[in-house]
Design a binder for this molecule. Structure first.
Ligand code: URA
Length: 209
């Protein structure tokens, strides 16, 4: 699928299988999501631009590669996005963070923003939007819209699992935003859950239900 990268690294696939199991504990799920986000983060940042700076090693002067441009932004779609965010911040500790809270209006079925906090200069930064489940894509589409309204132009979307229906809707709405995922599962069910999936990512991460 164009614009979609499936991270098929064996460690990612192995960890994901354990996360899917219904008997995996909240603590286990949380730890695995943190571990897997490091590996997904590695892929989503693979082609970041580099520049060089002059440094002194104990031996001599060299031109050393460093990341170019302003610090990137991880934009977490609350609340499950925070599970991916933790590991990504281990990987890129200097990254800036945006939080986006959305709920679904029961009458209009539209995603309504209840919280938005982001660096003011989004237009100057790469923004990596994180939400573990790309299911109907309603919240992912809305989150990217909200970021674009505030000036973001260079975005990527990172999730753990995606449904084919969600990918189709998302890439149609935002063809300029590449998607990274560990798996494209079979389908959505009538309630908007991914099959075979892993259940409700937020509940599994926080032990709610
Ligand atoms: N959100 C989840 O947490 N799980 C799904 O299967 C779909 C959306």
């Amino acid at each position: 699928m164009q614009g979609v990268t499936v991270v098929d690294h064996p460690l990612v696939q192995h960890k994901l299988s354990i996360m899917r199991k219904q008997e995996t504990s909240t603590a286990g799920f949380r730890r695995l999501l943190r571990e897997i986000s490091l590996l997904l983060g590695y892929e989503v940042t693979r082609n970041l631009e580099l520049t060089t700076t002059t440094i002194e090693t104990p031996m001599e002067t060299m031109e050393a590669p460093i990341l170019e441009g302003k610090k990137l932004v991880f934009a977490s779609v609350l609340r499950a996005g925070n599970g991916l965010l933790e590991g990504l911040l281990d990987l890129v500790p200097a990254a800036r963070v945006a939080h986006i809270g959305l709920y679904r209006d029961h009458e209009t079925l539209e995603a309504v923003e209840y919280f938005f906090k982001a660096p003011s200069d989004l237009g100057d930064r790469l923004v990596i939007v994180v939400d573990p489940m790309l299911a109907t894509a309603n919240s992912a589409i809305a989150a990217v819209e909200k970021l674009k309204e505030r000036g973001a132009t260079n975005l990527r979307f990172l999730c753990l699992l995606a449904a084919p229906e969600g990918i189709e809707r998302f890439t149609k709405a935002h063809p300029d935003v590449p998607v990274y995922t560990a798996s494209i599962d079979r389908q959505l069910n009538e309630k908007g859950y991914i099959l075979p999936g892993l259940g409700d990512a937020g509940d599994r991460l926080y032990g709610t239900k």
